[in-house]
Design a protein around this ligand. Structure first.
Ligand code: FAD
Length: 469
């Protein structure tokens, strides 16, 4: 006979544990199913607690916190081994699992170990670790099965030299050098832990920034303060003007700019739409689609050109994305992607259409830009893009590259490659590492028979020089 419950929860990570205990607290009969041999989920076995324990162990054994007093070479233990790191881990995790088991038991949550799968609309089959099947039914189900580490087929994981973030806890020896792929929270957490062991650590990140979401989280916190009914004196200092109105609209504008810069158009639009209607025109009128063959410093838009406020502009860009996907021919789609690249390019320091561009190109800010090479974001309150006004042409380059790869016409391809090459060249202002010239190479090898190529050779004095690099 199938056992019946008010609620079945699948997965005993933080989500499942809380759902089960909450339901049990209001008198429901609850079964929690966990496919591992012990409860706890990622947090306990491979995530939060192991990584923090490892961090504390490394900080202690490496004497990191005392190095300010005793000097850089101070260590609590010489030759720290993988076993040293694992010892504390095993004790801490065992303790955590006990706490969770006790919490579940105290609240009357029943536990079934094994892999759960639905076998009917309201029934579940669980194969336990001895291969025995158990069937259960319930009125309600909560699925809390969490996530898995991504393991692309192209990566030859072996658990020894190439491992994912779960396997790192099973390290059999501490490496001399470590390459961490991904500059997100977990990548940086392990990178800094191993760096504290004086291991040579390199982080590879495909974006131009590490922890890209952090600025946005800070902005969201400040927006929440603006919306709070009662603010402390400190909070008032942070978000209020002298007349006690708040900087909420400015923050939403900056948030929208951050999202736009990272290509999240829908979210950027939503942030902008939260600004009261009467204020929505306060953030400039633009047309970043105006095409110029060469950079044009301090150019104003001709009066005849239509301009858009930020909401209208993002809406238009979204419509263009849709049209590109729905386009009948490859060249039509490529032209739209090219225009989107153009818009992102013009919204950067290197464009001509945004008012901010001219502001940045005034000599003072240009020289500061050069001195600050490596820092991409300048604090310039009041610019249309707020503090996010920057030199990042990565988004533009991606659209130009998409246009090049989509187009059938070689003339469109080469024009897109040319703009992508400009983005690459512009990296000089933002990155400290050596410049790359991949797209100039592509133009020379693949497109020297095009009219566009002949035109740039004739009209652009510097172009030859770049081609030769
Ligand atoms: C290295 C690392 C560090 C982290 N650090 C932090 C941190 O500092 N702070 C923070 O807030 N978060 C951190 N996290 C994230 C945090 O661990 C996760 O957000 C959290 O564990 C998610 O909880 P969950 O309950 O949704 O899923 P999980 O913890 O993944 O639990 C899901 C459970 O479901 C079980 N399950 C899956 N399928 C089935 C099935 N068919 N039948 C039965 N059981 C099943 C799994 O075995 C697992 O136990 C970190 C993560 C990692 C990897």
């Amino acid at each position: 006979m199938k056992l019946h419950y008010d609620m079945i929860v699948i997965g005993s990570g933080p989500a499942g544990k809380r759902a089960a205990i909450q339901a049990a607290k209001i008198g429901k009969k609850v079964l929690l199913i966990e496919k591992n041999e012990v409860v706890g989920g990622v947090t306990v076995h491979t995530g939060t607690i192991p990584s923090k324990t490892l961090r504390e162990t490394v900080l202690f054994l490496s004497g990191w916190r005392q190095r300010g007093i005793y000097g850089r070479s101070y260590k609590v233990k010489d030759n720290i081994t993988a076993d040293d790191l694992k010892q504390r881990l095993t004790t801490t995790l065992g303790h955590e699992i006990e706490i969770i088991q006790h919490q579940l038991m105290r609240n009357g949550v029943e536990i079934q170990y094994g892999h759960a799968r639905f076998i009917g609309e309201k029934s579940i089959g669980v194969e336990d670790h001895d291969g025995i099947m158990h069937d259960f039914t319930a009125d309600y189900f909560v699925i809390c099965v969490g996530t898995k580490t991504r393991r692309p087929d192209s990566v030859p994981f072996d658990g020894e030299a190439i491992m994912d973030s779960d396997e790192i806890l099973k390290l059999s020896r501490i490496p001399k050098k470590l390459l961490v792929v991904g500059g997100g929270v977990i990548g940086l957490e392990y990178a800094t832990i191993f760096k504290a062991l004086d291991i040579e650590v390199t982080v590879l990140e495909s974006n131009d920034y590490l922890l890209g979401f952090v600025d946005r989280e800070i902005i969201d916190e400040l927006i929440a303060l603006c919306r709070k009914e009662e603010r402390t004196r400190f909070e008032k200092e942070l978000v209020e003007y002298e007349d006690e109105t708040t900087i909420e609209s400015e923050l939403l504008n900056i948030k929208s700019a951050h999202l736009l810069g990272q290509g999240f158009l829908e979210a950027a639009l939503k942030a902008m739409q939260e600004i009261p209607l009467v204020d929505q025109d306060n953030y400039g009128q633009f047309n970043p689609f105006v095409r110029r063959f060469k950079d044009c410093v301090n150019c104003l838009l001709p009066d005849s050109v239509t301009t858009y406020n930020r909401i209208e502009l993002i809406e238009l860009m979204l419509e263009m994305e849709f049209n590109a996907r729905a386009a009948e021919t490859a060249d039509q789609a490529a032209s739209i992607y090219f225009d989107l690249g153009e818009a992102f390019y013009n919204m950067s320091y290197f464009g001509q259409a945004w008012k901010a561009t001219d502001l940045f190109r005034s000599s003072a800010s240009a020289s500061r830009a050069y001195r600050n090479k490596g820092q991409k974001i300048f604090s310039q309150v009041g610019l249309p893009l707020g503090n996010a006004e920057n030199f990042d042409t990565d988004r533009a380059r991606r659209y130009f590259d998409l246009a090049r790869r989509t187009a059938k016409s070689k003339e469109i391809q080469v024009a897109a490659a040319y703009m992508a090459a400009k983005c690459e060249r512009d990296d000089f202002y933002t990155k400290q590492e050596r410049r790359t010239y991949d797209y100039f190479g592509i133009i020379e090898t693949d497109y020297s028979d095009t009219q566009f190529y002949q035109r740039i050779i004739n009209e652009c004095r510097d172009f030859q020089a770049y081609l030769l690099k």
